[in-house]
Design a protein around this ligand. Structure first.
Ligand SMILES: Nc1ncnc2c1ncn2[C@@H]1O[C@H](COP(=O)(O)OP(=O)(O)OP(=O)(O)O)[C@@H](O)[C@H]1O
Ligand SMILES: [Mg+2]
Length: 68
């Protein structure tokens, strides 16, 4: 069973020439009882992803389900 399901996560910060696309359509499934590591270079969106999964930030688009 999946504990966390994310679909089509997009996050855009700022606007115009200062616009940053931090997430561009991230899909993720994390099974209950599993351990998952998020790796990537600096600025690739790891913290943004975790903030959205934890409900600290809203995605620009997409959805997150925790325990359904
Ligand atoms: N509050 C914010 N306002 C504007 N841009 C932001 C904001 N938070 C993050 N960003 C930008 O979004 C992109 C992703 O940043 P994020 O912090 O999610 O990356 P990261 O993978 O956690 O990086 P690091 O490994 O350095 O912690 C970067 O280009 C960053 O500059
Ligand atoms: Mg970070």
């Amino acid at each position: 069973m999946d504990m966390i399901t994310a679909r089509g996560l997009r996050k855009v910060y700022g606007s115009g020439t200062a616009q940053v696309q931090a997430l561009r359509g991230a899909d993720l499934d994390i099974a209950a009882g599993s351990f998952t590591a998020i790796i990537g270079r600096s600025g690739s969106g790891k913290t943004t992803l975790l903030h959205i999964l934890g409900g600290l930030e809203r995605p620009t688009a997409g959805s997150v389900a925790v325990c359904g």
